[in-house]
Design a protein around this ligand. Sequence first.
Ligand code: SF4
Length: 320
Amino acid sequence: MATLIEVNELKKHFPIRKGIFSRAVGAVRAVDGVSFTINEGETLGLVGESGCGKTTVGRTVLRLVEPTSGEIKVRGQEITGLSRTDMRPLRRQMQIVFQDPFSSLNPRIRVNEIVGEPLKVHGVGNKTERNDRVEQLFKRVGMRPEQMTNYPHQFSGGQRQRVSIARALALDPSFIVADEPVSALDVSIQAQVINLLMDLQSELGLSYLFVSHNLAVVEHISHRVAVMYLGRIVEYADKVSLFANPVHPYTEALLAAVPLPDPSLQRTKHRVTGDVPSPINPPSGCHFHPRCPIAVARCSEERPMLREIAPGHQAACHLR
Ligand code: SF4
């Protein structure tokens, strides 16, 4: 499979400003040197606790947020230095589905206008052609065309997320960042939306960066998975290898927190407690060392780099 997205040493630091001159007195290191690739037709799951930087990665890859440093390549073309005009054709190829379908759809606009808006902004077709395209998109995401003139509040959460997906598909993209797309939905609806995304992928050859804190959902939809902790990727592997043989203590801890279908079974791995530390002043060495159940002195002094543990399976831990 050809590489669609290549990200190298991506960093996004948000400056903290104080005083009447707004001097930078520090930085939130939301993303701190992240590298990965996504192939054509592939889903990379990006997983971690709230505050680990995964949402910022998704937005920075699309250049909705400007990176502090690093490279982002789309089909080999470096895009970090491109002007707004040069980014315009690439914007058509790269779309996003947000977490909350309640706040991401303008409540005062009918959903056919919401779905057709990207076509209008990019000057695609005349009004009749755009309406036809919107109707086709509505059907494709499992909605009835007679619902097209309704307002967002007239739909359920799952239907609103289908509208968001239709909008993301309007310009026939190759790549979609799905940012916690089912977290705000009832569990019974989540599977329907995930299955829709998977159907669209096999039909249209889409690639996804699927951002989620939910390991069960990530396991279902992803081909490969990157586990993030405090701005860095700590484990990166194909799905089967990561879930069968997690290497990093943080991945083990995330898996230990997933309920088992059979309550008589017991997790053998360690669990971690406490919250993710602040990315303003992250712990030295391995960021995970204050919470790691097997940490040694070296862990607080030296940053472990990602290295290959098995073919296609990387982890950043001194002891593994
Ligand atoms: Fe734990 Fe040390 Fe490995 Fe970090 S490097 S995950 S602190 S053992």
